[in-house]
Ligand binder design. Structure first.
Ligand SMILES: Cc1cc2nc3c(=O)[nH]c(=O)nc-3n(C[C@H](O)[C@H](O)[C@H](O)COP(=O)(O)OP(=O)(O)OC[C@H]3O[C@@H](n4cnc5c(N)ncnc54)[C@H](O)[C@@H]3O)c2cc1C
Length: 256
């Protein structure tokens, strides 16, 4: 199951004193159940789909946050009926979307997700998480590994909808050329001159030199999102480069 190291990555940031207010807010978030009405499924790539929900009552969240879903279903496997999913939509969209990888055979949870019919109600707790982009005036580097694109997709759309200039270098690493959301990311890049996207197909990786070649790289804020292995790899790399902890932000998609 989940490694201690991964859990540390998830909970650790909240234990920093300046994050105590966020921790308090999140405790309340966990107590509150939200009802979401399933609307439709959209396929983003060969094995990635977005599930669109309408909140029964308005939900307020910050781009980059996630919800904790409960999807009771018969014949549950050992991983059960609860999952975290980043909200891949922006708050201004008015809908909550879950974008996820659908493997074969896949968990009983994801099979149940695929069996939802329009109008079905799903319950979730939250919003949770501090992987948010609080100072859009700073230039940032986003590194996404596969489905780790979800918080960045929400953040970039949010900035765009709020009419803010996007000052971001996005490195998007994926296992194939079939990058989910590529068309819309390209369209954002075309409209925002300071958004620069580099698509990287693994096993090629983003390197130390790639980071160091960015102008004023020591002053940039780095945001990493993806599987525990991917995030820990780039986090260690940035730590070894001497980048201060306050400029290293992690969103570990535990479960991959
Ligand atoms: C803060 C946070 C945010 C997250 N955000 C997202 C997000 O936006 N999108 C997202 O996709 N995930 C996200 N995750 C991860 C998510 O919670 C799940 O852990 C992840 O999607 C894996 O889902 P799953 O366990 O249902 O397995 P699956 O995705 O169904 O499967 C994973 C692998 O295990 C195998 N497998 C699973 N179950 C079985 C089984 N019963 N029998 C045989 N093989 C099996 C599959 O074949 C596959 O290889 C997030 C996690 C956290 C902590």
């Amino acid at each position: 199951m989940y490694l201690l190291r991964d859990l540390k990555g998830l909970i650790g940031p909240l234990l920093v004193p300046r994050q105590f207010p966020a921790m308090l807010r999140q405790s309340f978030g966990l107590m509150r159940t939200k009802k979401l009405r399933f609307r439709e499924r959209r396929d983003e790539s060969a094995d990635i789909a977005t599930f669109v929900f309408e909140p029964v009552r308005a939900i307020h969240w910050q781009a980059g946050q996630h919800l904790f879903y409960h999807l009771p279903h018969p014949d549950r496997d050992k991983n059960g009926a609860y999952r975290f999913f980043t909200i891949s939509s922006a708050p201004g969209d008015g809908q909550v979307t879950v974008t996820t990888r659908l493997s074969k055979p896949g968990s009983s949870f994801k099979q149940a997700l695929q069996k939802l019919s329009a109008g079905d109600i799903v319950r979730a707790r939250g919003p949770l998480g501090i992987f948010t982009f609080d100072d859009p005036h700073k230039t940032a580097v986003f590194v996404a590994g596969g489905i780790g694109i979800t918080p960045f997709r929400a953040i970039l759309h949010d900035l765009d909808q709020r009419g803010l200039a996007i000052k971001v270098y996005l490195f998007y690493v994926n296992s194939s050329e079939d990058f989910p959301f590529r068309a819309e990311l390209d369209s954002l890049e075309a409209r925002h001159p300071d958004l620069r996207i580099r698509y990287v197909v693994s096993p090629t990786r983003v390197t130390t030199e790639d980071f160091q070649s960015l102008p004023d790289w020591e002053r940039l804020e780095f945001y990493l999102s993806g599987s525990p292995g991917m995030v820990n790899h780039y986090h260690a790399l940035l730590k070894n480069l001497g980048l201060p902890r306050r400029q290293r932000h992690r969103d570990i998609l535990i479960g991959y």
